[in-house]
Design a protein around this ligand. Structure first.
Ligand SMILES: Cc1ncc(COP(=O)(O)O)c(C=O)c1O
Length: 406
């Protein structure tokens, strides 16, 4: 989609605004499935935590995707969006047995990431098909918050605990149908995936009743022009070959699962915000926008660098700016960034705003969350309205007068 379309949407729906390009989501989905077309049984579980608007879930369902959900509420959203229970995969970490039981009662495949719950669940439900999440202890990922395979990580069951795991499975006679891993996000090097895959295959040899192997996700997407990214086509070629060979050795056509979030929706998203003030100080020029880390927390939380463009002045001379938000603490989107000359009232466009942006937004500073628009067939459709004052008050309960007076 083009800058002029984004500008028109900001004008029509106001700012700040999230816009998602349906065509980009579709092309990413097709790129991934094509890369693994040599695998007989491939399943994509969209990691809906990245962006869980129901319209996006419906779009992906229509493309043939299934879902990866990490909470009972995500499962319910998936069902609401029209996915059948068998199209949803539940990969929580550290949740209660009650939540796992509840998800299981909805008919959804569960994935267990610790030995304690595995033993309790297996003792109670020995015949229920269960997937286990192992931690291969492969150090990978863009930064330590999104690198989840290391030895100190809370995620999954350590591969070093496989003997204990196997003992629990044998004692409870539970039915292990899948093995899962996810080593981190923003992994560039395909050798990391291939190396971790071997660990997964090794673990898989301990179980005779498998139906699928889930390789998680973590593909690195480009954040600016000419940025590096995971070579999906090369990974597809190499991993498919290795996976097919493993299936032959195992004696069964297993399903290969990926659960991408960023890969499917990151580049499809644009965040539009208006410049409230241009402030020259002794050290820099600030462009202060009508948003903050309440709407887009990734730069402050992960240090992520979202490409920023002044779509109101695309041909303007580039100058250096620090782009900041209105939250009452350090709230920096970019420092010393070259951006086309900015005037108050201009609309800035943040790229890669599809994954972990709206879904991580909050009402901090009692600000409303922005609206969301899906750009499809050359038209913008409002898929979530801007919040209003009623939304801020919705669940608040005033104290009764008698208590308030004390
Ligand atoms: C278990 C699991 N699967 C999949 C994903 C999606 O990862 P990405 O957005 O990097 O594709 C995550 C991200 O946190 C995850 O924790």
């Amino acid at each position: 989609m083009q800058s002029k379309d984004l500008l028109q949407l900001a004008d029509q729906f106001g700012s700040p605004l999230y816009v998602y390009d349906a065509e980009k989501i579709k092309s990413q989905y097709e790129r991934l499935t094509k890369a693994f077309s040599k695998v007989e049984k491939l399943r994509i579980n969209y990691a809906m935590k990245a962006l869980s608007n129901v319209a996006i879930l419906q779009l992906l369902r229509d493309l043939g995707s299934c879902l990866d959900a990490v909470s009972i509420q995500e499962v319910q959203l998936g069902l609401h969006a029209g996915y059948s229970p068998d199209q949803i995969f539940f990969t929580p970490n550290g949740v209660s047995l009650e939540e796992i039981e509840e998800v299981h009662s909805l008919g959804v495949q569960i994935n267990i990431d610790n030995l304690s719950i595995l033993e309790q669940f297996g003792t109670k439900h020995p015949t229920v098909p269960v997937c286990i999440r192992i931690n291969p202890h492969v150090m990978a990922g863009g930064n330590e918050n999104i690198s989840v395979g290391h030895i100190d990580s809370k995620f999954g069951i350590s591969v070093h605990q496989l003997p204990h795991l196997v003992r629990i499975v044998e004692n409870t006679k539970m039915n292990i149908v899948g093995i899962h891993m996810h080593t981190g996000s923003d992994i560039l090097d395909i050798e990391v995936f291939l190396y971790a895959a071997e660990i997964l295959f090794d673990a898989a040899r301990n179980f005779k009743n498998l139906e699928f192997l889930d390789f998680g996700s973590g593909f690195k997407v480009p954040y600016k022009k000419d940025d590096i990214e995971t070579d999906i086509e090369e990974l597809g070629k190499k991993l498919s070959k290795r996976f097919n060979a493993f299936c032959e050795e195992y004696g069964k056509e297993l399903t290969l699962i990926f659960e991408p979030g960023k890969f499917l929706v990151s580049e499809a998203g644009f965040f539009l915000a208006k410049v409230n003030v241009v402030k020259q100080t002794t050290s820099t020029v600030f462009a202060g926008i009508d948003s903050g880390f309440n709407h887009l927390i990734r730069p402050m939380f992960y240090g992520s660098q979202h490409y920023i463009e002044n779509i109101s002045n695309p041909k303007g001379k580039e100058r250096f700016y620090s782009v900041v938000g209105y939250i009452c603490e350090t709230d920096t989107f970019a420092s010393n960034r070259r951006i086309q000359e900015i005037a108050e009232g201009d609309i800035l466009c943040f790229r890669n705003a599809g994954a972990y942006c709206y879904s991580m937004s909050s009402n901090y500073n009692s600000r409303y969350k922005p609206a969301e628009v899906l750009w499809i067939n050359g038209e913008g459709h409002l898929i979530r309205a801007h919040e209003t004052f009623e939304d801020l008050l919705k669940n608040q309960i005033p104290l009764p007068a008698s208590v308030a007076k004390q």
